[in-house]
Each structure stands twice: as structure tokens, then as C-alpha cells.
Design a protein around this ligand. Structure first.
Ligand SMILES: *[C@@H]1O[C@H](CO)[C@@H](O)[C@H](O)[C@H]1NC(C)=O
Ligand SMILES: *[C@@H]1O[C@H](CO)[C@@H](O)[C@H](O)[C@H]1NC(C)=O
Ligand SMILES: *[C@@H]1O[C@H](CO)[C@@H](O)[C@H](O)[C@H]1NC(C)=O
Ligand SMILES: *[C@@H]1O[C@H](CO)[C@@H](O)[C@H](O)[C@H]1NC(C)=O
Length: 495
């Protein structure tokens, strides 16, 4: 471990030297003391967040998938009901298919136990807790008019506060961001119980921050921002350059979990993780209509990205996507149990010797005979890339899709210092199960428990009659549920 640490320390040194060269730095127009401090802290976090035993992390995830699948199978639900359609709202039955969802989704009190979510992350981002240690902040205002002194109740006000916050939404809303949303450390953006669309404006930026969860929102039609003066924390306002138009942009961000996000059409990348970003999990998300989906590592000279470790799990890469799912430089990327139903050029690619562990995905190739290969090595000759560790295990290939492997199996962790506990040494669930594991990818239509007061009694009784007639399964919980401040079981599920 000491050797690994020294090694990454070496990259850090190179990186430190690199940043002394004055050039545009990560959209910060004025790199003042404040940003120098934040960058220094982030760099330490990058090095501290690197896991010297990645095999342990990948096997741990696969072990939990196996447990979740076995549990789903043993509940004796008719399998026909599970396959081929989303878990139906109003059916009275909640079925979560993968271990992340199983951890919280079928709890009828999920809304009261929102912070339970923070215990559900798996993969390289597994230490992310977001705003778990802080109070709940309710966003009740969709405007974004003041970038320097955001109004209390807006999302921009929430994410720029000091200290941990668990941010939720009073109701469904469309938020058009005027400029990049500068999210600070120790935050959770929890869109469950509302439909929250971040759209037709600028995207989300996580720059030199640690510990952020983004859950259950829509990010659509994102455009570049012109920059200018933007608040980036309670005590600091900074001048920023033009942004690229990424949906979610991670610069030197560590311990980040992006889950159940639906993304469509951004100008640049959908999710970019660059310049020392690591300990990231992207799960249960749904992507459509985009050219360059995910970029992990932006430049060949950013050797700090050797510390990058990212898990991409249970996502659905859907219609009209072209390439980069993801495209990687350096780092170790675990791509597991995702459903790739569309790509136009390739699915997974990169250069600069990244390690790619592809396990139990489903790859459906496009009709184009030239685009059947899942993988793409960019700007590198065979003699160089033949030793890169790009391995496929349990993937399911359809329509002529094929993965060109290189390197050696398990080479990403040749001699773990502490061997993986034997119970975790389990094979990934195969790509044939992916359709089920990713069935609910994207933002969920969670309904928050309805809290009502005396005036609304009559309305509620009406709704109840409607529910009893449309949903006989809900009848029993209705009778049992005598607590006026709680709602019917079938409405508080998170489907
Ligand atoms: C599932 O159903 C089968 C056959 O009806 C039964 O033998 C088995 O015990 C059931 N398993 C569980 C976990 O209920
Ligand atoms: C919205 O939230 C802010 C901040 O918590 C609060 O000051 C304000 O009163 C709220 N507005 C409404 C209409 O609830
Ligand atoms: C985030 O929370 C951790 C744990 O409470 C704390 O050590 C750290 O300083 C916080 N980060 C920031 C930037 O406030
Ligand atoms: C491997 O993972 C297990 C379970 O999460 C943990 O208890 C153990 O400490 C890890 N070992 C190493 C070397 O990281």
C-alpha cells in the first residue's frame, strides 16, 4: 500500500507542477486564494479517495447484485410479471430489481426515511453520504435570477450553503439555470417525490468538492453559460469563464454518487469527470439523444487521473446516443450490468492505458456493419494497447456486437494486499439479466406521502374512494391505516 501511495503521490507532484503553468484553469477566470485553497484540498482528497484494492470494490458490488437477484427470485412473484414492463404504479406491489434500489425503494415510509438513501450506494462511490449529517432544505422557488445573492428557497441558494444539507423540493418544478450551478461539498440533491427538471439552461458543476449525491432529477437540453460572477459558496463569489454545456461536470470531485437521473441532449458531455475526479458511482440513470455521453479524463497530460476510479452500473444507454459510454483516459472503470441498446459509433473507448472492467452488460449493436465493435482505442497502435487491461466477463452480445479484449483478466488487482473475503469472490450476474436489473433506470415517479389537514378530509376521502375502485389491492392498507397524518400505502411507494 505504501508503494501505491508513493506512486499516486508522484502523479500528484507532476500535477502540482502542471498547475503552476498559468493557463485557463477549469473555468475559473480569476484563480484567487480561495480557489487555490480549494484545489489543494481537493487534490489531497483525490489521493486519499483512491482505493488501492479495486478488485475488492468490484467484487463487493457483484456480490450484492447476486444477493438482490436471489432475493427477487425467491419471493415467488410470477416472473412473467417482472419481465417486460416497469413496476406498475397502483399495483400495490413494489419490486426493486438491483441492490441499490432494493436498499430503499420498497420502504412505504421512504419519504420519512429519506436519508436511508445515503446507505445504499455501491461501487467506487460507496463512501458518499452527501448531506446525511445536515438538515433538510426545501427548495420552494424555481427561479434563478440572482447569481451573486441567490434568493432563499432556490436551488442555487441551497447548494451554495456551508455545511451539509439534504436538499428536497416542495413541488415539481422546471429550473432554468442562468449559469453553472456551483454545488458545494456535503450536499444531497434529492428529487424524489417531485418531478424536477433542470432544463433549457446551464448545467451542474462539482468543482473541487467532496461528497455529493444527485438523485432523481431530469437534466435536459443543457446549453453553455457565458460565465461571469457566480456565487460558489457562502463566503465567496468568483468570476467564471464560458462553460461547455455539460449536463453534470465533475472537476477534481471526489465521492460523488449520481443515481436515477434522466438525461437528454446536452451541448457538450452529459457527465464529464476530469482533473482528479475519483470515487464516483453513476447508477440507475437513463441517457438518450446525445453525441458524447461520458468523458472520464479530459487530457493526455492530466496524469492525476491515474487515481480515477468510477463505477457505471445499472444504467440504460438508450436512443440516439453516438459514442463515449464512457470514453476514458487513465484510471479504472467498472462498467457493470448496464443496458446498451443504442450507439452509433462505439460504446466504450479511450486511450492512455485506462483499465476497463466490463461485466454483465448487454450490448445491442446498431445495424451499421462498421459499428459492431463495442470498444474503441483512440490514437494508439496495437503494439501499445495490447497490454491495456480491457476485459469483458459475462457480457451479452446481440446483433453482432463484439468486445475486443486486451491485457490480462484481473490484472487491475494482481496481488491484493488483503485478499478479497471469499464470500465476495463471486462472478458478476450475466448480461442476460440486465433488462431486469435496469428496468427502472432514469428518474422515478416517486410519490411523496400526502400530508393533509382537516380541510382536505373530504377531498382525501374522495381520492380514497377512487383508489379503492382503481386499486383493490390497496384496500387492506387503507382499512388498517387509521393514522390521519399518513397516506395510503400504494401512494407512498417509489416506482
Ligand atoms: C416458491 O414456490 C415453490 C413452488 O410453489 C415452493 O416450493 C417454494 O418453497 C417457494 N419459495 C419461497 C421462498 O416461498
Ligand atoms: C421558501 O423557503 C425559504 C427558505 O427556506 C423560506 O424563507 C421561505 O419562507 C419559503 N417560502 C414559502 C412560500 O414557503
Ligand atoms: C464535509 O463534511 C466532513 C465531515 O463532516 C467535514 O470533515 C468536511 O470539512 C466538510 N467539507 C466541507 C467543505 O465543509
Ligand atoms: C474489502 O472489502 C471488505 C468489505 O467491504 C472490507 O471489509 C475490507 O476491509 C476490504 N479490504 C480492503 C483491503 O480494502
Amino acid at each position: 500500500m505504501a508503494a501505491a501511495f508513493l506512486n499516486t503521490g508522484g502523479y500528484a507532484l507532476v500535477f502540482l507542477l502542471a498547475i503552476l503553468v498559468p493557463h485557463v484553469q477549469a473555468n475559473v477566470a480569476v484563480f484567487d486564494n480561495y480557489w487555490t485553497q480549494r484545489q489543494g484540498d481537493a487534490l489531497k482528497q483525490t489521493i486519499a479517495s483512491y482505493d488501492p484494492n479495486p478488485l475488492n470494490v468490484t467484487d463487493h458490488l457483484n456480490y450484492h447484485v447476486a444477493l438482490a437477484v436471489d432475493a427477487t427470485e425467491s419471493t415467488n412473484n410470477t416472473r412473467r410479471e417482472l419481465i417486460g414492463r416497469k413496476t406498475q404504479e397502483g399495483s400495490g406491489k413494489c419490486i426493486a430489481h438491483n441492490p441499490i434500489d432494493k436498499c430503499w425503494r420498497c420502504d412505504p415510509n421512504w419519504e420519512k426515511n429519506r436519508k436511508k438513501l445515503a446507505e445504499c450506494v455501491l461501487g467506487f462511490g460507496r463512501k458518499t453520504t452527501g448531506g446525511k449529517d445536515g438538515p433538510i432544505y426545501v427548495v420552494n422557488d424555481s427561479s434563478d435570477d440572482d447569481l451573486v445573492n441567490p434568493k432563499p428557497g432556490t436551488l442555487r441558494h441551497a447548494v451554495t450553503r456551508d455545511g451539509p444539507l439534504w436538499i428536497i423540493f416542495a413541488n415539481s418544478m422546471v429550473i432554468k439555470l442562468q449559469q453553472e450551478l456551483m454545488i458545494t461539498s456535503n450536499k444531497t440533491i434529492d428529487g424524489r417525490g417531485a418531478k424536477v427538471y433542470i432544463m433549457e439552461g446551464v448545467g451542474l458543476t462539482l468543482q473541487f468538492v467532496n461528497n455529493v449525491i444527485i438523485n432523481n432529477i431530469y437534466v435536459k437540453h443543457i446549453i453553455p453559460g457565458n460565465g461571469g460572477l457566480i456565487r460558489d459558496s457562502e463566503e465567496h463569489v468568483g468570476l467564471r469563464t464560458k462553460s461547455d454545456g455539460d449536463g453534470i461536470s465533475l472537476f477534481g470531485a471526489t465521492n460523488v454518487w449520481i443515481d436515477h437521473v434522466s438525461m437528454t441532449r446536452c451541448t457538450d458531455g452529459m457527465i464529464d469527470a476530469i482533473e482528479g475526479s475519483t470515487a464516483v458511482t453513476i447508477s440507475n440513470s437513463h441517457f438518450t439523444d446525445h453525441q458524447e455521453v461520458m468523458l472520464f479524463g479530459a487530457k493526455d497530460e492530466h496524469v492525476i487521473d491515474k487515481n480515477m476510479q468510477i463505477t457505471v452500473a445499472f444504467n440504460h444507454f438508450g436512443k440516439r446516443l453516438e459514442q463515449r459510454m464512457p470514453r476514458c483516459r487513465f484510471g479504472t472503470i467498472h462498467v457493470v450490468n448496464n443496458d446498451y441498446t443504442h450507439w452509433e459509433m462505439y460504446a466504450i473507448g479511450g486511450n492512455m492505458n485506462p483499465t476497463i472492467i466490463s461485466q454483465g452488460n448487454r450490448f445491442i449493436a446498431p445495424p451499421n456493419e462498421q459499428a459492431k465493435e463495442v470498444t474503441k482505442r483512440e490514437y494508439t497502435s496495437y503494439t501499445d494497447w495490447k497490454s491495456w487491461n480491457w476485459q469483458s466477463e459475462g457480457d451479452y452480445f446481440l446483433n453482432g456486437a463484439y468486445f475486443v479484449q486486451s491485457g490480462r483478466p484481473n490484472a487491475w488487482s494482481p496481488k491484493p494486499k488483503n485478499p478479497v473475503p471469499s464470500k465476495f469472490a463471486i462472478r458478476p450476474k450475466p448480461g442476460t439479466m440486465v433488462r431486469e436489473l435496469t428496468m427502472d433506470a432514469g428518474a422515478l415517479g416517486c410519490e411523496a406521502e400526502c400530508i393533509y389537514n382537516e380541510q382536505f378530509q373530504i377531498i382525501i376521502i374522495f381520492i380514497r374512494i377512487h383508489y379503492i375502485s382503481s386499486c383493490p389491492m390497496c384496500f387492506l392498507p387503507l382499512i388498517l391505516n387509521q393514522n390521519r397524518n399518513s397516506c395510503f400505502l400504494c401512494r407512498s411507494n417509489c416506482h
